[in-house]
Design a protein around this ligand. Structure first.
Ligand code: NAD
Ligand code: UD1
Length: 337
């Protein structure tokens, strides 16, 4: 069964392609390579034994997208393609609305024309804004604190309206908490451009000697050790969550919303200490002021996903950190040039 995977050479998309192949699906990858590299396809093949079909192009290019649906019989679409840097989205909001919102609308229009009615969308826990309490359930109020988050919220709302008007469609919104980790093979992982914005890639680059010191944004939050608490989830567990959504929801009409998280909150210092243990070296750090837009605590109530999808995160903190470290130490410069 062909599954169109937009953004399939990216971090989460590439791990999902491996799980898809291993479950007997045929991923058809579309990516414009604005934030990933072609060598990822070699790595997917090395791990899974199958090279996914790859068509380089932009989801905002209607003619290109139509040609993909004309050439391949697509059963469902998993839509990862998007931009994700919060800071950049504040500087260049139109770039984010164009790519994330307009790109998704064009994808859905092309799906409609091709009579493909099953979509799984990469949303984010960022749509919960600053939650009034934790753990967070799917029915909590949503809000956005930056253009990236607003683009996810806008897409969610557009997709709900569209599904309401087209009740035979199945649209699944997966709200990811904090994806971390890498494939256990050490062949695939996260390869951020420039200075990493996210915690674990930054810590990994300190451990491998690419950066001198971690700055911890705030040690005066109302949390057990004063640093921010998040729900870090192994990227392979997240990929498996897409498989579960594909199997259980792809042919169930409706708009379906799931948190994909572990339900466990970990602080910045928990992550630093775990990394020090695994990498067997100190991670130098200093406390800095809070980062604008950060919340004290954010972690999921994942029970709905377990009840409906039969999916639950299996990999704990040690696997997340060990796999990150294996990837980072085997590939100190990521995927290279
Ligand atoms: P990523 O940047 O590694 O992957 C996204 C891929 O999409 C890249 O390969 C990029 O080249 C491609 N792409 C972007 N715009 C495109 C376009 N217009 N046409 C074709 N390809 C395009 O990011 P990721 O971490 O794998 O995230 C995947 C999705 O999950 C994104 O939508 C992101 O917003 C969402 N998400 C990510 C996180 C996270 O922490 N990584 C958290 C929540 C949600
Ligand atoms: C960030 C984004 C969020 C996005 C998510 C996943 C912001 C405000 N939010 O969330 O929209 O969905 O990434 O891509 O950018 N930290 C440090 N030092 C660092 C980096 C991070 O102390 O160098 C801390 C943060 O303050 C936070 C925790 O580590 O407490 C996790 O940060 P990060 O990995 O950036 O994820 P989020 O802030 O949860």
């Amino acid at each position: 069964m062909n599954v169109l995977v937009t953004g399939g050479t990216g971090y989460i998309g590439s791990h999902t392609c491996i799980q898809l192949i291993q479950q007997g699906y045929s991923p058809v990858v579309v990516d414009n390579l604005c934030n990933s590299k072609k060598v990822v396809l070699d790595r997917i093949e090395q791990v899974s034994g199958v090279r996914p079909i790859f068509i380089q192009g932009d989801i905002r290019d209607d003619a290109f997208l139509k040609s993909v649906f004309d050439e391949y019989t697509i059963d469902s679409v998993i839509h990862f393609a998007g931009l994700k840097a919060v800071g950049e989205s504040v500087e260049k909001p139109l770039k984010y609305y164009d790519n994330n919102v307009s790109g998704t609308l064009r994808l859905v229009q092309t799906m409609e024309a091709a009579n493909v009615k099953s979509l799984i969308f990469s949303s984010s826990a960022t749509v919960y804004g600053d939650p009034a309490s934790v753990p967070i359930k799917e029915n909590f109020p949503t809000s956005a604190t930056n253009p990236y988050g607003r683009s996810k919220l806008m897409v969610e709302e557009c997709l709900r309206d569209f599904q309401h008007a087209n009740p035979d469609w199945s649209i699944t919104l997966l709200r990811y908490f904090n994806p971390v980790g890498a494939h256990t093979s050490g062949l695939l992982g996260e390869d951020p451009r420039g200075t990493p914005n996210n915690l674990l890639p930054f810590v990994a680059q300190v451990a491998v000697g690419r950066r001198q010191k971690l700055g911890i944004f705030g040690n005066d939050y109302p949390t057990p050790d004063g640093t921010g608490v998040r729900d870090y989830i192994h990227v392979v567990d997240l990929a498996d969550g897409h498989l579960a959504a594909l199997e259980k929801m792809a042919h169930q009409p409706g708009t379906h919303i799931f948190n994909l998280g572990t339900g466990q909150g970990k602080s910045v210092l928990d992550m630093v200490y775990a990394f020090e243990r695994v990498a067997e070296r100190p991670i130098p750090y200093e406390f800095k002021p809070r980062r604008a837009g950060d919340v004290a605590e954010c972690y999921a109530d994942p029970t709905y996903a377990e009840a409906i999808l039969g999916w639950k995160a299996k990999r704990g903190l040690n696997s997340m950190v060990e796999d990150t470290w294996r990837w980072q130490s085997n590939n100190p410069d990521g995927y290279g040039d």
